[in-house]
Design a protein around this ligand. Sequence first.
Ligand code: SF4
Length: 381
Amino acid sequence: MNKPVSLYIHIPWCLRKCPYCDFNSYGTAADRIPKEKYFETLMANFNAMADLYNPAELKTIFIGGGTPSLLDPEFFINLFNGIEQRVHINSDAEITMEINPKTADRKKLESLSRIINRISFGVQSLSDRFLKSIRRIHNAEEAESIVRNARSLKFDNINLDIMYGLPNQTLSDCLKDLEKAISLNPDHISWYELTVEDDTEFGRNPPENLPDSDLLADMSEAGIELLKKEGYERYEISNYCRDGKKCRHNLTYWNFEDYMGIGAGAHGKFSDQKEKQIYRIAQPDNPATFMKIQNFLENRIPVQKDSIPFQYFLNRARLMNDRFSLNTITETTFLTREDLTETLKPLEKKLYIEKISDDEYRITKKGYTFNNEMLVELLPD
Ligand code: SF4
């Protein structure tokens, strides 16, 4: 039996596709989702992963999408029953669901509280004007009301996703939005810039009056300051928490630990302790193709040894004020201490990292500022 692992469950449908979204999600009416078939396939996918990982237990679960809250709580209660028959879920496991404010009410949250203990609300803005500009399906009042309901139902680990850099947004608009989010007293805030990705509606037809890079830099600086003043610790580039309530599930990715991924387009990472080899496992993006799949390990790709330092730091360098230990990295990467010390030498020489003990390094201010340049040093020849 191997170590405890994390589990990601992907639900690939949304009521409507947002114009900036490049996630694996498809706009559809809730009653057109093939729930039974998807349920069966998720269970089969989970069992195949449990055969491979043979984990001691599940330590975190994250149900993301898409819009998982489009489905009834019973879907997930049954799914968790099936999962528990096969793998124990730790009683202290962090279990998160992403919820779109338009698709949940108090009753739904109450039922979900039987299985989840953390909610990540896709709020994005608390101003109707800006919500319209990015064509979200909910309004500010709906978002505020569902967050308050969650709090009164005693959810004590709530995240709000908030964006900045929206069309026509000024510095003062952006700060007002963030202040309003903070006034709802969330435990965690993911605060990030709207990016226009190529393969999206905004990519094909960019909105007018997006803030320029100077304004974006001002927004970022002022927002980070405001969050700090309000007691939120910036522990990852875009993630802030109070009272140490970091997202334990996402820390699994940033610390390069193993996780299972089930559902259309879900990814997993598996370290084979016997072979000393890391694999990435992906499921097909398209839900119809996923629901026909016979072999969930079809797309299992070994990670080349020379690309591991880059992949490791691509994740790890997102964590702020972080110190990393050679011993831990050798355990999670199968690289030898000698290999690692050799790989890190150029980074140390260029002052992107500094040694703080025999076993530990930390990323310097220069390393955070010139993150891309630092990562380029780690690319395989
Ligand atoms: S609700 Fe979220 S996942 Fe769905 S389309 Fe919008 S941004 Fe993408």
